[in-house]
Structure formats: C-alpha cells, structure tokens
Design a protein around this ligand. Structure first.
Ligand code: CS2
Ligand code: MG
Length: 403
C-alpha cells in the first residue's frame, strides 16, 4: 500500500542566521526535510507553506515527487517567483529525502549514482583593503581551500559588499535594511589592482573568483572583464543585472573572462536564453530558490547540452539542508563546475546535523540515506526568528542602486 504524508511542519529558527525548514512525516514512520529559506523575506515563504501548501500535502503519497511538483507548480496558476519556487523546493527536497531513506540509499544514488567522489568548492576572502584581502586569502588557504572568491573594500566607500562594518551586529533584529554606498569608477580601478596583488603573492595556480553583485552596465562589466583577463579568474559573477539578457549578449562579445550568474533565478525560464545562446559559463541557480532537485535537474541538463557547468550558490543563508541536497546533486550531475561554501554560523550546528563534510578543498556528500541533514526542533525553538534584511545600496548622490 502506498505510504502517505501524515504531518508537515514549518520550522523557523535563527541560530545566527534565519532559516526556514519544512519537515514532512509519513504513515510508515519516515521523515524528510527541505530548506525554505529566502533571505530577508523568510516569513513570506513560511506563510505560503503553512497557509497554502501544507493542507494539500496531508494524505498525499510521498513517492510521487514529480506529480507533487507539477501539482504545486501548475496548480498554483501563478507560476514562478522566488516565494513560490522556494516553497516548492522545500517540499521537493523533503520528498527526495524521504524517497532515498525509503530506498536505504544516499540521495545521489537515486539521481544516477556518483560521477565524482568529491566536489571542488570555493569560499570567501574579504578585506577592507587589498592588504587585508590578501591576509584573508592566506587564512582560507591555510584552512585548505583551493578556490577563493576575493573581494576588497573600495577606497572611499563604507564597506565591502555583504560585509558588515566593524562593531555592527550580524544577527540583531532590524526594522530596515542597512545602507551601503557605491562608486563604479573607483571599483573598476581597484579590481585589477586586487587581482594583480593576489597573483603576485599566491602565484598562478590558486583558483580565484570575484562577484560584482549586478552593479555594472555591459560596458563597465566589459572593462572589468578585460582588465581581469591577465589574472585568469575561474569566473566573474553577476557583473550586470541578472534579468537583463541583452546585457549578457553584449558582455559576452567583449571579454573572455568566464561568466557566472543565477543565484537570484528561480526557474529554467530565467536562464533559458543565457544557456541556449551560451552567454554564460556557469549557472548558479540553486536547489532552494529554483524549485528543488526536480527543477534544477532540468536546468542542469539544459546547461549540459550547451557546455555550461553548475556553480551553485552556497552563502551562509543557504541552509545546511540545501548544502546537503546540493552535494548529493553535485555528486551526480555530469556538468558539475564548483560549489560555493561559506561556513554557517556556529550555532547552526546545534540546530542541524549534517553528514556532508569539508576536507582539503573539497566537499563530500556523505553516505547516509537521504540527503543526510536533520533538524532538532527543540534546539531550533531556542533561536526564535529575528527580522533581518539584506542590505541596500546607494550611489554617493543618494540614488538607489543594485545590491
Ligand atoms: C552572494 C551572497 O554568495 C554570493 O555569491 O552574492 O552573499 C548573496 O548576496 C546572499 O546569499 C543573498 O542572500
Ligand atoms: Mg553572488
């Protein structure tokens, strides 16, 4: 007799970072979890799940992953969007977790088995200036990382993107976003100096990456890409706004620096032109924000046909649950490129347990049945939700800019 879903709970917790997790339980005693974290808009997804999806899940056969995906996607009528696709992803990943546990297999076996034993990952090295960025690179190298994203503060600006000012709390509740400032010409002068210094100190073999966070025009991004060509970046990420496909077309003609984009995408339709016209080298859409394993598998297959590789988003707001799912996916996906890995806050390990691990520059999926990540609901309750926002950014004259 088919199993059925008997319980579905949304767990919102903030162990140093807000995480939303969906837990499903079945009549046969299995359980699975999926990540539903949308940084800065967490409660919208929690409500979408609790108020609209959970009632539909009770009684469904957990084995019918594809049908459930189509039911939630087509059934909503209002397709796509980050809230919808993150909610669908949470259900999808929890169902894959259950299916793999029912089979007694690590999840990557259900996807088609291992294409590799471990996944190359990159982490972040940020410095308030070039000298501090080089120190940060050295620290990360000593921890075993072989690939490092390097960002440095731009002279005259308050902060490096995504990095809070000294003394500013990372997890105090907020009623409004922090504000940063931005100066494109100053940034375009700094970036080649930064990577010249990185190559000078660490030599040609270190794998280096850089993220421009959607702040440039095509022409500015082309100047940046060209000025970085001598330093052989693994990729230049999010140089122009992700949704401006014509901008990518122009940029692609103007630089040979490899290009990555997609952390803000939530469906294959966001990436279709970029992939099929081969305007990018790496697609960063990840499981939690792009409809789960069921949908990201379609994106990865389209990418494989067009010689585009994966490079999934893995900042600290990508919960340990998505990291587990991404590493099982990465174990299988033939066109794997790299996995981002910025460590989670220390308290996250009180709430989640995970079977994946890092050693010597690589991430390992683990061999536990399912995706190998669990949540302790009692520990989660000790860390109540705190309203937090992603930063916003303004030009020096006050104009709202991309962050
Ligand atoms: C960044 C992230 O990791 C990255 O590449 O762009 O820091 C991103 O800004 C956050 O994860 C957004 O939640
Ligand atoms: Mg990024």
């Amino acid at each position: 007799m088919a199993d059925r879903i008997t319980a579905a709970r949304v767990i919102v917790t903030s162990p140093g970072q807000n995480y939303v997790t969906l837990k499903l339980e079945t009549a046969s005693g299995l359980s699975g979890i999926g990540d539903a974290t949308l940084n800065g808009r967490e409660l919208a997804v929690a409500s979408y799940l609790e108020d609209h999806i959970v009632p539909m899940l009770i009684g469904r056969d957990p084995a019918r992953i594809e049908d459930t995906w189509q039911y939630l996607y087509k059934g909503a009528y209002w397709r796509r969007g980050p809230v919808t696709m993150t909610a669908i992803a949470a259900v999808d990943v929890a169902l894959w977790d259950i299916k793999a546990k029912a089979a007694g297999m690590p999840l990557y076996q259900l996807l088609g088995g291992a294409s590799r034993e471990h996944m190359l990952c990159y982490t972040h090295a940020d410095g308030t200036d070039i000298a501090h960025a080089l120190e940060a690179v050295e620290t990360k190298r000593q921890r075993g990382f072989r690939a490092i994203r390097v960002q440095a503060g731009v002279p005259g600006l308050k902060r490096i993107y995504g990095v809070h000012a000294p003394g500013e709390s990372h997890d105090a509740p907020q009623d409004a976003p922090s504000e940063g400032d931005w100066d494109t010409p100053a940034y375009l002068r700094l970036a080649p100096q930064l990577f010249a210094a990185v190559r000078d100190r660490f030599g040609p073999e270190l794998t280096v990456l850089h993220d421009a966070h959607h702040r440039l025009s095509p022409n500015e991004a082309a100047q940046l890409g060209r000025s970085l060509e001598p330093y052989g970046l693994f990729w230049l990420e999010d140089s122009v706004p992700a949704e401006d496909q014509a901008a990518w077309r122009r940029l692609r003609q103007m630089t040979t620096t490899p290009l990555a984009v997609g952390e803000v995408f939530n469906s294959i339709w966001d990436a279709q032109t970029l992939i099929t016209e081969r305007l990018i080298d790496y697609i960063r859409s990840t499981i939690v924000h792009a409809g789960g394993i069921t949908h990201v598998r379609r994106i990865a297959d389209l990418a494989a046909l067009h010689n585009v590789r994966t490079g999934f988003h893995g900042a600290a707001d990508i919960s340990p649950v998505t990291m587990g799912a991404a590493l099982h996916f990465g174990r299988w996906v033939p066109n794997f490129g790299i996995q981002e890995y910025a460590a989670h806050p220390a308290q996250a390990s009180e709430v989640f347990t995970w079977d994946w691990s890092f050693a010597d520059g690589y991430l390992h999926s683990g061999e536990a049945p399912g995706h190998g990540v669990t949540i302790d609901e009692t520990a989660a309750a000790r860390y109540p939700y705190k309203r937090r926002y992603l930063d916003v950014n303004r030009l020096k004259d006050g104009t709202m800019w991309d962050w």
